[in-house]
Design a protein around this ligand. Structure first.
Ligand SMILES: [Zn+2]
Length: 104
């Protein structure tokens, strides 16, 4: 989904008129393209994307940890198995949902 746009707004964008007006034609001439491309560029929503380049596994883990903090993801160390787990929902638990060794 484009940033800041819900599905209804996105749907409405696809039904906008794609007929270029004089302003579109002037802009197209200024930038050396076709008026149809100008209309399409203006009407179609834009997506924000990010790209990361990593030099080591530690850098990947650092960005992952940072993103978890940014998105307020809570995690704890399980008091039974000692592994970290992400806390889901409103449960205030000290144990992960992994099946312990020797149990089914
Ligand atoms: Zn556990």
């Amino acid at each position: 989904m484009p940033y800041g746009m819900d599905s209804e707004e996105l749907k409405a964008r696809f039904y906008l008129s794609l007929v270029p007006n004089e302003a579109h034609k002037a802009l197209a001439e200024k930038f050396g393209t076709t008026p149809e491309k100008v209309v399409a560029f203006i009407n179609m929503p834009h997506f924000i994307s990010r790209q990361y380049v990593f030099g080591s596994v530690a850098e990947i883990l650092e960005i992952e940890f940072t993103k978890m903090l940014e998105h307020n993801v809570h995690f704890r160390k399980c008091k039974r198995c000692g592994k970290y787990f992400i806390m889901k929902g409103n449960y205030d638990t000290n144990y992960c949902d992994r099946i312990a060794e020797g149990e089914t």
